[in-house]
Write a protein that binds this ligand. Structure first.
Ligand code: C2E
Ligand code: CA
Ligand code: CA
Length: 645
């Protein structure tokens, strides 16, 4: 019989291209990839023997019987073991091979493979699969069908396995895996009708191609700049490790103030820096380490060892903190390193990612290397409890707004107040805004909270005659997240209109960090609000990176000196710095509020220095609206401050 080998030739080409592509790109050196490479080579070898097998028997005079025999044997061995390797490949995708072969279930995989081997070996005497007669004519035996049955068994084994582990293997990937069963079965049927058409190797190569593009996609797992594995790869690896209850250590390394560096040096420079950090990490010797880069200056190193962790992390820290950059510019970076022992410290992806992304990092943690176990579990529970309390307060409309008077040194009167939100929970008691505001910023509910506070302030203004009380405006805090909202100005102006409140009754406080983020949205919002008459204060001045040029260019009416500086003004150097800051701001025609004024001395020095407004416990703590109203009515007649100067 003369065979049509056109499809086999195509299969040969596809196989060669796939093997070339596999070697050309970067692959994780894991067992899954090794088995896939083995599949590609097996598929290539089958194709070669399939072509040879269809050619040699046609020329019995040219090829001796033993060549025909060898070629046919090789074909049977490779094609039968291909299904075995393929099923093993599915097992390695779930990384459960170790577990499988430790139990009796492993026999379900091994025994049929041994039977295949025996049947093929014994064929030389039993002639159960094939034989060549004395005229070198090829004959098939009944054993071929037996081998088909075993192949079908392996295919079903693989499909069932993929279904059991469907949480690890996504649906498109499973479909690509199932295609093997279809693509290898169809040619068998077609060959029943067109026996001389060699199709099976073509089907196999198409299946390899599908697996290559759906499961073995490198761009899905690699970060394009650092060439380390990306977040996707980390999540996949974690799903496998947690599913298989493996113990491992994840070390998260994050560059402090990464956003600041990116803004200052630009993305291109940061990419150079990240690449050189990635190279340094790659050169770090450790058994079985996997390196990931997750964006935002965040690296994760996963290792299986537990020994000498302190030494290892100290080396990582050193690598990161020695100078990086190029010839023109070198910088020093600070890093925070968190060591998470899994599954003890975290046994879910979310649990681990919380540590990795430092969501659970205690606010005041001085160390730069710490174990996740140090971040006490109760801390995490507390966050959940506070989130619940916030949700309850939303549902019951129980957020309250307190007012803290602000004193004018010029008029010797209370001329304004800062609105500060308060949360009281039936179970947790009073929760400070310092605790719950950052939590609402992380979970996004700050937008809703900000709108509620603003409304409550508007209600307060609408139901009182501010002018008659001697109040010029109420200061309302805005969070970074609010400032970045495109519709902020529109929404605030709408609320003011709804309550029929003149815009000049509102002064919005924006922190230095929010201003330093410098998103365009903030500038647009500020310009629009300021044009409508709303005033602005720069809050917490002197705590972060003070970007003076930026500040001058934004329409700030007031600057609020942070209470940290005020509390330290007994220190001579702080005092000098403060004096100069006040004089500089005055020259810029910006009003000055000193926050956290607690003592008579502070009040006197700050007044003498020329601060326009003072705020602090010396005058009053933040209090509910009625108490605040009472306070100002009583305060008006007081002259003690004047006398004290
Ligand atoms: P902040 O804007 O710097 O507010 C001043 C904080 O200092 C208030 O803390 C106030 O009670 C406290 N304070 C005032 N005078 C003194 C003093 O003499 N000594 C001391 N030790 N503290 C004083 P509070 O109310 O706990 O608020 C903390 C932070 O929470 C605020 O800092 C602000 O950033 C944020 N916050 C409060 N209410 C809101 C709000 O409605 N929206 C937003 N986005 N943030 C808010
Ligand atoms: Ca404030
Ligand atoms: Ca402040």
């Amino acid at each position: 019989m003369l065979y049509n080998i056109d499809f086999s030739i195509s299969a040969l080409v596809i196989n060669l291209i796939l093997i070339f592509c596999f070697y050309y790109r970067k692959n994780i050196p894991n067992i899954q990839n090794k088995v896939f490479l083995c599949l590609l080579w097996t598929s290539l070898i089958i194709t070669v023997f399939d072509i040879l097998g269809s050619v040699t028997p046609s020329y019995p005079d040219k090829f001796s019987l033993w060549i025909n025999n060898t070629v046919t044997y090789m074909y049977f061995i490779t094609i039968n073991f291909l299904t075995v390797i393929y099923t093993f490949y599915i097992i390695t995708i779930t990384d459960t091979q170790g577990r499988l072969f430790k139990t009796w279930r492993g026999l379900l995989f091994i025994v049929p493979a041994v039977i295949i081997a025996l049947v093929i070996i014994l064929n030389s005497s039993l002639r159960w699969i094939f034989y060549f007669d004395e005229n070198s004519i090829y004959h098939r035996g009944i054993g071929v069908y037996f081998l088909y049955a075993i192949a079908a068994y392996y295919l079903i084994f693989g499909i069932v396995y993929a279904i059991i582990y469907k949480d690890i293997i996504s649906t498109p990937k499973r479909l690509a895996l199932y295609s093997f069963a279809v693509l290898s079965a169809i040619p068998v049927f077609i060959q029943v009708f067109i026996p001389n058409l060699l199709l099976s190797t073509f089907g196999i190569s198409i299946c390899m191609f599908l697996v290559f593009v759906t499961i073995q996609k490198p761009e899905e797992v690699l970060d394009s700049h650092t060439k380390l594995f990306n977040r996707n790869a980390l999540l996949t690896m974690l799903a496998i490790n947690f599913r298989n209850k493996k113990s491992f250590t994840a070390i998260s390394v994050s560059i402090d103030d990464f956003e600041y560096f990116k803004r200052t040096f630009g993305v291109t420079m940061m990419n150079i820096i990240l690449k050189s950090l990635a190279d340094r990490l790659t050169s770090l010797s450790s058994k079985n380490k996997q390196l990931y880069y997750l964006d935002n200056g965040q690296f994760v190193i996963v290792i299986s060892e537990r020994k000498k962790l302190d030494e290892f992390t100290a080396r990582i820290k050193q690598l990161f903190e020695s100078k990086v950059g190029n010839k023109q510019m070198e910088i020093n970076l600070d890093t925070s390193i968190c060591i998470v022992l899994c599954p003890q410290d975290a046994d879910t992806i979310d649990g681990l990612m919380d540590f990795v992304e430092m969501k659970d990092r205690p606010l005041k943690l001085d160390q730069s290397i710490y174990y996740a176990s140090q971040l006490v579990k109760s801390h995490r529970n507390r966050i959940l409890e506070v989130e619940r309390a916030v949700e309850n307060a939303f549902n019951n409309d129980s957020f309250q707004v307190y007012y803290q008077p602000i004193y004018s040194t010029v008029s010797n009167k209370i001329n304004s107040a800062e609105a500060l939100v308060r949360l009281h929970d039936a179970n947790l008691g009073n929760i400070t805004p310092g605790e719950f505001i950052p939590i609402t910023e992380k979970n996004g509910s700050i937008i809703r909270l900000g709108a509620i506070v603003f409304r409550k302030v508007c209600e307060f203004i609408a139901s009182n005659d501010l002018k008659a009380l001697g109040l010029e405006y109420i200061e309302v805090n805005l969070s970074v997240a609010q400032c970045m909202q495109k519709k902020l100005a529109e929404q605030l102006l709408e609320t003011l209109q709804e309550f029929n409140i003149p815009t000049e009754y509102i002064n919005l406080e924006i922190t230095e960090t929010a201003a330093a983020y410098s998103p365009e949205a903030l500038t647009i919002n500020m310009n629009e609000l300021s044009a409508s008459g709303v005033k602005f204060s720069l809050d917490d001045y002197g705590t972060g990176f003070s970007n003076i040029t930026r500040m001058i260019n934004l329409p700030f009416d007031l600057v609020k000196l942070d209470m940290e500086i005020i509390s330290d003004m007994g220190n001579e150097r702080t005092y000098i710095a403060l004096e100069n800051t006040v004089s500089m701001l005055h020259q810029l025609k910006i009003g000055i509020v000193a926050e956290g004024v607690e003592t008579l001395e502070q009040m006197q020095s700050l007044t003498k220095m020329g601060c326009d407004y003072l705020q602090g416990y010396y005058f009053s703590k933040p209090v509910p609206a009625e108490q605040f109203l009472q306070f100002i009515t009583e305060f008006v007649g007081e002259t003690k401050i004047d006398n004290n100067i």
